[in-house]
Design a protein around this ligand. Structure first.
Ligand SMILES: O=P(O)(O)OC[C@H]1O[C@H](OP(=O)(O)OP(=O)(O)O)[C@H](O)[C@@H]1O
Ligand SMILES: Nc1nc2[nH]cnc2c(=O)[nH]1
Length: 185
């Protein structure tokens, strides 16, 4: 875990990428798009913990149609800034058969996490699979996964805030920040 001093220093040297106001406006647009597509289908909404907790908390009250809610918990970054193997910590497999599933995740980076979740959800008998991400990172590479609903895009920098962590910290920030760009990137 980072010390308090190091945690504060990270924020001081970070760049603000999106303010709370921009994120809130984006949330309404996403909710409208999801409503257009899914409002008659009583979807099962799955929040991908931990990073999506803030996204889910803001988006769900804007989805004013019948739905069910549960969560998946996976970790691929393990509080580090590059990804590895996926750890499956919670997966509600008994609930998925015949469901229209909407997975909501904070960030689509390499796309590995959501591709694996989609495979598992469909393998468990879901009728259809949709995904909504707050951030789609422009990695400059072809991804194995495209989201149905995308909030905002960001360049290929490690970001934190609004649910996303930096070494486990700063998920509580109301805006999205990026670590300083690496020279040459
Ligand atoms: O597209 P990918 O490159 O696979 O990365 C995206 C995933 O990375 C983060 O999760 P993380 O593993 O950091 O767990 P966390 O949600 O607990 O922070 C984020 O919440 C996404 O689920
Ligand atoms: N917090 C955070 N998690 C991620 N998972 C994949 N990319 C990122 C990122 O830029 N920030």
């Amino acid at each position: 875990m980072l010390t308090r001093e190091k945690t504060e220093q990270i924020l001081r040297t970070a760049d603000l990428m999106y303010s709370f106001e921009t994120i809130e406006a984006t949330m309404q647009r996403l909710a409208d798009e999801i409503t257009d597509k899914l409002s008659t289908q009583c979807p099962l909404v799955l929040c991908v913990m931990k990073g999506s907790i803030v996204f889910a908390g803001h988006l769900l009250p804007k989805l004013t149609f019948p739905l069910n809610f549960d969560y998946v918990q996976v970790s691929r970054y393990h509080n580090k800034i590059s990804g590895g193997e996926i750890d499956w910590l919670m997966f509600p497999q008994d609930e998925l058969k015949d469901q229209v599933v909407l997975v909501i995740d904070d960030i689509l980076d390499e796309g590995i996490t959501l591709a694996e979740i989609r495979k598992k959800v469909l393998d468990c008998g879901a009728r259809s699979f949709y995904s909504a991400v707050l951030i789609d990172k422009d990695t400059g590479k072809v991804k194995s996964f495209q989201a149905d609903f995308v909030g905002l895009t960001l360049p290929d920098r490690y970001v934190f805030g609004f649910g996303m962590d930096i070494h486990g910290a700063w998920r509580n920030l109301p805006a999205i920040y990026a670590l300083p760009s690496e020279p040459g990137k």
